[in-house]
Design a protein around this ligand. Structure first.
Ligand code: SF4
Ligand code: SF4
Length: 171
């Protein structure tokens, strides 16, 4: 049901002059606004040609830390899997001869479920799972969204920014 107001009632609506009907002034005003913005600092970038390097505080996809000696830090305690709100993490533990005694024989994150909350990073007692700077995730098939150790394990040197940031925030 339409309501009659003073703006759409033909009897009370204000008549526009010829000058107003031409909208010339408004067109010029719009062009001036556009022109003014040409010289202002730009907040957009030509992605993907111009990549963005996020700060250390950025929470990209979670990854597993791989030590310099080629051993993963994870001790397969399963805490990250328990706190993960969308149940995106699966950890299956096995025993190892190493001092840490346990390691994840299977560690998978379903990146289609991950909400980048960072709880896994927060709860991990070993700082073995941390948020990376990687924000580019595309899949052609849902099965490609399951990231195993082959995609998750990342050399410690590549994660220096985040590890330093975490050390600073936790001390
Ligand atoms: S960032 Fe959050 S949602 Fe993603 S795996 Fe970690 S706990 Fe789960
Ligand atoms: S990543 Fe951390 S919290 Fe998750 S199973 Fe490994 S050691 Fe435990």
């Amino acid at each position: 049901m339409s309501t009659t107001t003073k703006y759409n009632n033909p009897k009370t609506r204000r008549k526009l002059s010829l000058w107003e009907k031409l909208y010339l002034f408004e067109v010029v005003r719009g062009l001036l606004t556009t022109f003014k913005h040409l010289f202002r600092p730009k907040f957009t970038r030509q992605y993907p040609e111009e990549r963005w390097d996020p700060p250390a505080s950025f929470r990209g996809r979670p990854v597993l830390v791989l030590e310099e000696n080629g051993v993963e830090r994870c001790v397969a305690c399963g805490l990250c899997s328990r706190v993960c709100p969308p149940l995106a993490i699966e950890v299956r533990a096995s025993e190892t001869e190493l001092l840490k005694e346990r390691y994840p024989v299977v560690f998978e994150i379903n990146m289609l479920r991950c909400i980048f909350c960072g709880y896994c990073e927060e709860v991990c007692p070993e700082e073995a799972i941390i948020m990376s700077k990687d924000y580019e995730l595309t899949f052609r098939d849902p099965s490609e969204g399951i990231f195993g150790k082959d995609k998750l394990l990342t050399p410690k040197a590549q994660l220096k920014d985040r590890l330093d940031y975490l050390a600073k925030m936790r001390n």
